[in-house]
Design a protein around this ligand. Structure first.
Ligand code: TYM
Length: 416
């Protein structure tokens, strides 16, 4: 049976196939990374983004969806949860790539605080702090609020409302098959909150509310992206087109079907302690990750203790399947230096572990240094940060409400 028919009928779940058209930033598996963004003065709000490696934007004109009434730039949306501290995986897999996109796309970057309360019980004080810190880190990493909309998810209440509407068109089987749900509920002896199950619906609401074209994320979010695509198609089928027209909707295609935007390098940064498992905020040992705000001394000690192997040199580190730790550390080096794989091997392939680790340490520390400096500046100017978030909320709300009102009308809600 055709895939679309299966999606409409709710038979096909995201877990059952992974046929995403993942768009890469450079189109090659050995693409360049990005140098650290340049100088920033919060008050002047001047940020020069790192050189863009993204595909040029083509303006799209689509009369049928909310927010596309005139030709517009393609839209990009993404977010990071304010849980714990942001690590190198979040940065290389997601945030760093957002910076490249803000010059050519219409960009929305949010701190996804509603997502941060799915693992019970959350700590309210930590959530508050991590939300503020998260927004400051986006700016420190090179997101320019004069180009991108930076906001906090819970400030735009349309996210929660849209999540409810979408949850009512989501077959529960689709959610039960989500890998992250299965893993986390297994870890917690199945004593998990309902939010952990329904979380991908909220993520779909985040994306679909803005008629997003591209969603830059790390590899672990692919399945959630696939669910968002399925939900867009299913809702369009159930309530869009002629049915929406009959209900008096302004836009007959309710949702744009988004594409993931996965970087060629850094999409899955692995634990420093185990090259076969993902670098993660929830891993018990802090030695397993490099946090963006770690001091140079701490970074040095974490890299020193990082797992290695017994092979000679690093020349085959990228391609040898028996060398996951080498591949991981070389990839980190590749990303923070902006080199290609070939350049990395030419540069450090001859080195032994003991020689490579200090080189890697220096590259990571130097890459993070300007980010840490800007973070300190932004955190000192709380009024500036609040202003950015208020402006971001206003702009985001305007777009989100267009979609929400249109979808509510299509679904038969009495709108005034
Ligand atoms: P979160 O907060 O777990 O992770 C934020 C981003 O970081 C990426 N990432 C990684 N990339 C490479 N290597 C790693 N080890 C690594 N760990 C995390 C993630 O893929 C992600 O891009 N549900 C999402 C947040 C979210 C969202 C959205 C994203 C909510 N709504 C709408 C995009 C669009 C999450 O929990 O990401």
């Amino acid at each position: 049976m055709h895939r679309m028919t299966l999606v409409r009928r709710g038979c096909l779940s995201s877990a059952s196939r992974m046929t995403l058209r993942s768009l890469s930033l450079t189109g090659t598996g050995t693409g360049t990374g990005v140098a650290a963004p340049s100088v920033f003065t919060p008050t002047a709000r001047t940020l020069v983004a790192a050189a863009s490696t993204a595909t040029p934007t083509t303006a799209s004109s689509d009369q049928s969806t909310a927010s596309t009434e005139t030709a517009r730039k393609k839209r990009v949306l993404s977010g990071v949860q304010p849980t714990g501290t942001v690590h190198l995986g979040n940065y290389l897999g997601a945030i760093r790539n957002w910076v490249n996109l803000q010059d050519t796309y219409d960009t929305y970057f949010m701190v996804v605080d509603l997502h941060a309360i799915t693992v019970q019980p959350h700590n309210p004080k930590e959530l508050l702090e991590a939300t503020r810190n998260g927004a400051a880190l986006y700016i420190a990493c090179g997101i320019d609020p004069t180009k991108a909309k930076v906001f906090v998810q819970s400030h735009v209440t349309a996210h929660a409302e849209m999540a409810w509407l979408l949850s009512c068109v989501t077959p529960v089987g689709w959610l039960k098959k989500m890998i992250q749900f299965k893993e986390k509920s297994r870890k917690n002896n199945e004593e998990v909150g309902t939010g952990l199950l329904t979380y991908p619906v909220l993520m779909a609401a985040d994306i679909l509310l803005y008629q997003s074209d591209l969603v830059p994320v790390g590899e672990d979010q692919k399945q959630h992206l696939e669910l968002a695509r399925d939900l867009a198609e299913r809702t369009n089928y159930l309530f869009g087109g002629k049915k929406a027209k009959k209900m008096g909707c302004q836009y007959t295609r309710l949702f744009k079907v988004p594409d993931p935007f996965i970087p060629p390098a850094g999409a899955r940064v692995m634990s420093l302690q185990d090259g076969t498992s993902k670098m993660s905020k929830s891993a018990e040992s802090d030695l397993s990750r490099i946090n963006l705000l770690d001091s140079p001394e701490l970074i040095e000690s974490k890299i020193k203790k990082a797992k290695t192997d017994t092979f000679d040199g690093l020349a085959d580190g990228f391609e040898n399947p028996d060398r996951p730790d080498a591949k991981n550390l070389l990839t980190i080096y590749q990303c923070v230096t902006g080199k290609t794989q070939d350049e990395v091997i030419a540069d450090v392939g001859r080195l032994r572990w003991g020689e490579f680790k200090p080189v890697l340490t220096e590259a990571v520390v130097e890459h993070l240094r300007p980010i840490q400096g800007r973070y300190a500046d932004v955190m000192q100017d709380q009024a500036y940060l609040d202003r950015v978030l208020m402006d971001g909320r206003e702009a985001a709300e305007e777009e989100a409400m267009k979609t929400l009102m249109n979808v509510k009308k299509a679904m038969g809600f009495y709108t005034l």
